[in-house]
Every structure is written in C-alpha cells, then in structure tokens.
Design a protein around this ligand. Structure first.
Ligand code: FAD
Length: 411
C-alpha cells in the first residue's frame, strides 16, 4: 500500500461502532487510517439491533452519518472481509499481515438485485440468526456498507451455474477472484473487535436447544426488526403465532461461576428496552422479567420507571432454575423463585428470551487478556484495546472510549 503522509497510518481492527468512531475521529484530525473488518459490511453488532437505547432509535441513526463520514474522507481506507493474521514490530513501526477473502463481487456492483432474482441456491441468513434464508448471492442487510452484494462460497455453484454473471450488466461478478494477502506498515494499532453472545447451548437447564421458542436476547432483536424474520411483526418461531405471554430470564449465564462470573452490563437495559418494544408491537402482551438485580445506569433509569408503570410488565426478583417445553402446545414452563415473597413459581409462556451475556471475540494474535477472557489494558506500547473487546459496555461508552483512543493514537 502507498501512504499519503510521512507518518504511518493507524490500523483499526474491527469495524463496529467503536472501530468506525475511532477511524473517523482520527481521519478528521488529519491522520491516515486503515480499517479492517472480518465481515463483508461495517457496523458490527449495532447494525443487527432493532432499535437502541437510550433514545430507542434504529441503528441507522448513528451509523448512516458515520458511513457518510467514511465515504467522504480520503484518509480512511477500509477492508471488509479481511482479518489480521500477524503483528510484529513496535510502536511507530508495526508490520501487520492481512488476508482478504476472495471478493467474487467487485466494486462495480450497483446493488440492483438482478443477480438475486435469478440465483437458484439458498443459504441460512446469519444476519437474522438463521431464522430466514437468502440466496447464495445476497445483500447482507438493507444498510450494508459498502453497499454491494456478496457471494457465500459454501452455497454458490459458481461457473457451474453462472446465472448471476449472465444478468449482471456491470461485469461486477468474477469467479476467478482469489483471496489476497498483504503486509501493512502502521504506526499504532487500535483493537475494536467487540463481543459475541455467550453460547446459550451451554445453559442446559434453560432449555435453549429444546425449543425454537426459547431465544437469546440478540436473536430477539431480529424477531422484532422490520427486516427480521417477521417483517416487523413479532411472531414466535415454532408456529408464527403472535405471543401473548413472554418471559425474560436475566443473567442467563452471567454472574455465575460455572459460566460468566461477571455482569455483562447491558442485558438489564436491553431487556427493559425489549419489554417496552413488545408493548408497541403487541399492546397488552404480558411480559415478566425475572432478575437477580436490575442494573441500569444514567438515562436508562427512565426505562425502568416506564416499565414499572406499565401494567402489562411485571418485574420479579428471582432466579430461573429451569425452562421446559410442553410438547403438545409448544408452550414453555418456567420454574423460578420469587425471592421477595419466598414463593416457588411455575410460569407458562409462549416465548422465553434468555438475556445471555457478552464474551470477547477471540483473535489469533498474541495479546494480553484478563481472567475473564477480555483484552487487557496493558498491551505492548502502541497497541490499544477498546470498548467491548475490553469489557462489556453500551454504545455511548464505546463511542467515548473510541474517541479517547483516537487522541492517544495521535499522541
Ligand atoms: C442484546 C443486546 C442489546 C443491546 N442493545 C443496546 C442498546 O440498545 N443500546 C446500547 O447502547 N448498547 C446496546 N448493546 C451493547 C452494544 O451492542 C455494544 O455497546 C456495541 O456493540 C459495542 O460496539 P463495538 O464496536 O465495540 O463492538 P461490536 O459491535 O461487537 O463490533 C466489533 C466488530 O469487530 C469485528 N471483528 C471481530 N473480530 C475481528 C477480527 N479478528 N478481525 C476483523 N474484525 C473483527 C466484528 O465483526 C464487528 O464488526 C446491546 C447488547 C446486547 C447483547
């Protein structure tokens, strides 16, 4: 790569809201930036949300403006579908090996969608947590940035089918494309690789693998979303019926020595947000949230007030011990204890949402981690870990961390 300035660029690994923020802040302060994202699109986990607190606006609110800032800033070079395999050197002079997967659809794509219309192959849509399917050539989601189609190697028959190539008038599809490796010379590195959900299959007592109607909190975002599995209508997965009774299980795996010993910081606010959104989608739907402690801070306390005032939402202090499916009705029996009243409860629901915690995304790099598996603050000089790669936090705290690290990287 050729660089425009005498100071080597800053590398940012991870194109979620934190990486994007760090990139635009650095570039607007005059520094060159290279932004590397493993997925074909930028936006990270936020782009998959139905809405986000505290204002409950759609993810486009915060992201669109940042995508425009990236598009308009020649100091930012971004590489989607790319990962980092090695880092060597020291502050001011790092050499970084980057691999970009084969890009069968190039930048001539105008996202017209003719290819998808003729594509005969289907794939599970990971963006919607496999609740829906897309064609093997697909637009990852409606806000995809960079806005172009993508081909799933595993399902596309390539030259043996060739139908998409035949209809693409822009010559944007090339099955001869190969994965590419290159070495980047950079001055500093920001790691913003974020989080993934704790694997709910490990919570055997909460029955995740036994019923389609037991979903995680991130899956619930896609059940609510306009472009999600119900096209904006909340339906339970097994039979597409509108749920009338929903139970939320807080701390599903979090604050539990057998799973995640720490608090995941955002799950309480996320479930309060979900409970209020359910009332908008299905007025009168009964929602019960079982919690150990409700941990909400700052502006999210308003949610708690709104939830407490809503006659259709009940908050019960008590840990859920078991969730089982009634095979005839597909309904779920939630066993819990109401700690304040000292009563055991058997609660029947049509849908159960597990507020599963956050774990750090793993990297194939030699970086220092904390005992909880997040990246440590004490990395080699010139390498800065930020936001959810370091500990669970919400978008506003992530944006603050990213802005602060931009200043550190400049210094
Ligand atoms: C159920 C739920 C609901 C939530 N709702 C809200 C809400 O309403 N409001 C709010 O403020 N917060 C909410 N949060 C928290 C919010 O999602 C995080 O604050 C936010 O995602 C942090 O952004 P990030 O960029 O640090 O990480 P991420 O969003 O995880 O982005 C990290 C990016 O790095 C990429 N990456 C990972 N590994 C690599 C690699 N090796 N190479 C290249 N790229 C890589 C990933 O693909 C991803 O694009 C919620 C969290 C949960 C669990």
């Amino acid at each position: 790569m050729e660089y425009k300035s005498s100071i080597k660029p800053t590398l940012i690994i991870g194109g979620g809201i934190s990486g994007i923020t760090a990139a635009v802040e650095l570039a607007e302060a005059g520094r060159e930036v290279i932004l590397v994202e493993q997925k074909p699109y930028l936006g990270g986990n936020v782009v998959k949300m139905n809405n986000y607190f505290p204002k409950l606006c759609p993810p486009g609110c915060g992201l669109e403006i940042n995508f425009r800032r990236i598009r308009q800033n020649p100091r930012i070079t971004y590489f989607p579908s790319s990962t980092i395999s090695d880092i060597s050197g020291s502050k001011g002079n790092f050499s970084v090996s980057m691999v970009t997967s084969a890009l069968y659809v190039n930048d001539l794509c105008t996202a017209c969608g003719k290819c998808t219309e003729v594509c005969p192959e289907e794939r599970p849509d990971e963006f919607n947590y496999n609740f829906t399917k897309t064609k093997a050539i697909y637009l990852p989601h409606e806000m995809t940035f960079p806005m172009k189609f993508h081909i799933d190697d595993q399902y596309c028959k390539k030259e043996a089918c060739n139908k998409c190539v035949e209809v693409c008038t822009n010559n944007a599809i090339d099955f001869a494309a190969q994965a590419e490796s290159q070495v980047l010379e950079v001055s500093s590195i920001v790691i913003a690789t974020g989080w993934r959900n704790y694997d709910a299959r490990k919570l055997a007592n909460l029955g995740y693998s036994s019923s389609e109607n037991i979903v995680t909190n991130v899956e619930f975002e896609r059940l609510l979303a306009a472009a999600g599995s119900g096209n904006g209508k909340l339906k339970r997965p097994s039979d597409e019926k509108e749920p009338k009774e929903i139970v939320f299980v807080q701390c599903a795996g979090s604050r539990d020595e057998n799973h995640l010993p720490y608090c995941s910081a955002v799950c309480c606010s996320a479930s309060l947000k979900h409970a209020l959104t359910v009332q908008e989608k299905i007025p009168g739907c009964k929602v019960t949230i079982y919690y150990i402690d409700l941990r909400v801070t700052g502006r999210n306390e308003d949610f708690l007030k709104k939830v407490e005032e809503n006659p259709n939402i009940t908050l019960i202090k008590g840990k859920v011990g078991n969730v089982e499916k009634n095979s005839e009705t597909e309904n779920l029996i939630v066993e819990a204890e109401n700690i304040l009243e000292g009563k055991k409860i058997k609660h029947t629901a049509d849908l159960v949402v597990l507020a599963t915690g956050i774990v750090s995304n793993e990297l194939p790099l030699n970086l220092l981690t904390t005992q909880d598996g997040f990246l440590s603050d004490d990395q080699q000089e010139g390498i800065h870990a930020i936001s959810c790669s370091k500990k669970p936090m919400d978008v506003s705290s992530s944006v603050k961390e990213a802005t602060a690290v931009a200043l550190k990287a400049i210094q």
